[in-house]
Design a protein around this ligand. Structure first.
Ligand code: SF4
Ligand code: SF4
Length: 286
């Protein structure tokens, strides 16, 4: 029997609930299956996070223990999200963790973020497990542009590069989002704006997302990270991001309150407790 959940209690998808409903990111997914040119693996997945190493990586059993302590500290948590530090769907521990948690905490909303490469293989399972919200990062809908954003993608034992990698990733993202929407999962797409690479292309991405039925788009500025091909890209101006969101909002609803949280974020969006919880997270990881 499935428990009826109040889908409005996700502070990222519903701004009105941000003051009363919190989220926790469980850092259980260290591996990734693609290489984004803005990512430095020493840091969290910037698809969904600002740079900053997660203070620990948990196993599924440790995540369950940590969750008990999180809810003791902050009972207003309504959402469990898995956002890295790598790609959740490149780590089998993600499915295992959600399955464990949903039995113990059936009232919580479950959420994850992904680059989408492994999404078609997992979308139906996620829906069946009760994952209500999924974020898919879509930075380009043209493989020529995507080839500048991604250096490679690993599909099983095969590694693709350049346009072939970008084309495969795009096809998986499109197929995966379609399956999620067929199963009534709420879908957000992050689009990271990289000046000179995809800034002129963002509206094309928005149109494709709209056609797929994506519920909300989160247009985010690249955060240039040291030791990456995009380390020296100029950070997009506030005006550029604002203008893109203004144009895109006629095509697909826009998120404007994202905090670019760490892969181990916890608390209300405006009152992050990850610093206070770092010791407990570390203890659970031992
Ligand atoms: Fe890094 Fe995330 Fe891209 Fe993987 S999907 S390379 S973890 S930014
Ligand atoms: Fe919400 Fe953005 Fe934080 Fe993800 S990174 S939990 S979308 S505010």
């Amino acid at each position: 029997m499935t428990t009826e959940k109040d889908l409005s209690k996700h502070p990222c998808f519903n701004r009105e609930s941000a003051g009363t409903c919190g989220r926790v990111h469980l850092p259980i997914a260290p591996k990734c299956n693609i290489m984004c040119n803005f990512c430095n693996r020493k840091y969290d997945c910037v698809s969904e996070s600002r740079p900053g190493v997660t203070s620990a990586v948990l196993s599924p059993a440790q995540a369950l223990l940590y969750m008990d302590k999180v809810l003791e500290k902050e009972p207003r948590i309504t959402v469990v999200g898995i956002a890295g530090p790598g790609d959740p769907l490149a780590n089998p521990e993600t499915i295992e963790t959600i399955a464990l948690l949903k039995d113990k905490y059936p009232h919580l909303l479950f959420c994850l973020s992904t680059n989408g490469l492994a999404l078609p293989a997992h979308a139906k399972t996620l829906a069946e497990l009760g994952v209500t919200h999924v974020t898919v990062t879509v930075n380009a809908v043209d493989p020529k542009i995507g080839a500048k954003v991604y250096s490679w993608a690993r599909d099983g034992k095969v590694i693709l590069r350049g346009e072939a990698a970008a084309a495969l990733l795009l096809s998986r993202q499109l197929e995966g989002i379609k399956i999620l929407k067929e199963h009534d999962v709420i879908v957000k797409s992050n689009t990271i704006v990289i000046p000179g690479v995809n800034d002129h292309h963002v509206l094309e991405v928005s149109k494709t997302l709209s056609e797929l039925g994506v519920d909300i788009q989160n247009i985010m500025p690249i955060f240039p990270v040291a030791d990456t091909p995009f380390a020296d890209v100029p950070a997009p101006t506030h005006e550029l991001i604002h203008n893109l969101r203004e144009k895109a909002k006629d095509v697909v609803p826009q998120m404007t309150h994202c905090k670019r949280c760490r892969a181990d974020a916890v608390g209300l969006l405006g009152k992050d407790l990850s610093g206070e919880m770092a010791g407990i997270l570390g203890d659970c990881a031992k």
